[in-house]
Design a protein around this ligand. Structure first.
Ligand SMILES: [Zn+2]
Length: 97
């Protein structure tokens, strides 16, 4: 299945919210051992997210500068993806070739 980086990020976010919610509730009501499971799940989701890259320049699409009032504070993983690649300007809403 070929997806655009933006669609794939959307799916990662949905999986994270649904899965995190279910495992979080399980940790509270079923067994405390779901706690480490939630941590492992977070790592898994992060690995998936990090693997989503710009089809042109291979820059991870979730790695973006955080700007406030035009000043770049830092670069960090963001749960959103810009419409265009920050590095090469490729339209990230297009499907992978
Ligand atoms: Zn790029």
């Amino acid at each position: 299945m070929k997806l655009s980086p933006i669609s794939e990020t959307r799916i990662v976010n949905i999986c994270w919210f649904l899965g995190g919610f279910v495992i979080g509730l399980s940790a509270m009501y079923v067994s405390i051992w779901f706690g480490p499971g939630l941590f492992a799940y977070a790592l898994l989701i992060h690995r998936w997210f990090v693997s989503i890259k710009c089809p042109q320049c291979e820059k991870p699409v979730g790695w973006n500068p955080i700007r406030i009032c035009g000043v770049t504070l830092l670069e960090w993983w963001t749960p959103w993806v810009p419409k265009k690649c920050r590095k090469c300007g490729t339209d990230l809403s297009l499907k992978k070739a």
